[in-house]
Design a protein around this ligand. Structure first.
Ligand SMILES: [Zn+2]
Length: 120
């Protein structure tokens, strides 16, 4: 769980997010690591993410749902997958990132600020 406000709310279209989610992108929000805690068993997978650093994905060891990421590119934050929120209506994305890797069919109806990779 997280007690703090979101630092950012984006949809990530990097190829690794596509593979991890089985779809065109992952809606994710960032929170400060110190505002985040997790109880219950999780499993991890680690791959090189869109940033070039290891992306660590934490998922429920029971059902396999993606829960949150602990990116090595930004150790001070945790990225929470929006679908895992108790109230996912709280998620309001502003930006789409790694659109250079996005497939045409994954363009959202809602227009977002677009970034080829990570925002500068
Ligand atoms: Zn990604």
């Amino acid at each position: 769980m997280s007690t703090g406000p979101a630092l950012f709310s984006v949809v990530c279209h990097c190829r690794d997010c596509q593979r991890a989610s089985g779809t065109g992108g992952v809606p994710v929000l960032g929170v400060p690591r110190e505002s985040f805690s997790c109880s219950g068993p999780v499993k991890q997978s680690k791959v090189v993410g869109g940033s070039g650093y290891m992306a660590v994905r934490n998922f429920c060891s029971e059902c396999g749902s993606l829960l949150f990421g602990t990116p090595e590119s930004a150790p001070e934050m945790v990225t929470i997958y929006a679908g895992s929120l108790d109230d996912s209506s709280l998620f309001s994305p502003t930006d789409a990132i790694f659109v250079s890797q996005r497939k045409e069919w994954a363009v959202l109806a809602q227009s977002l600020n677009e970034h080829h990779g990570l925002p500068k």
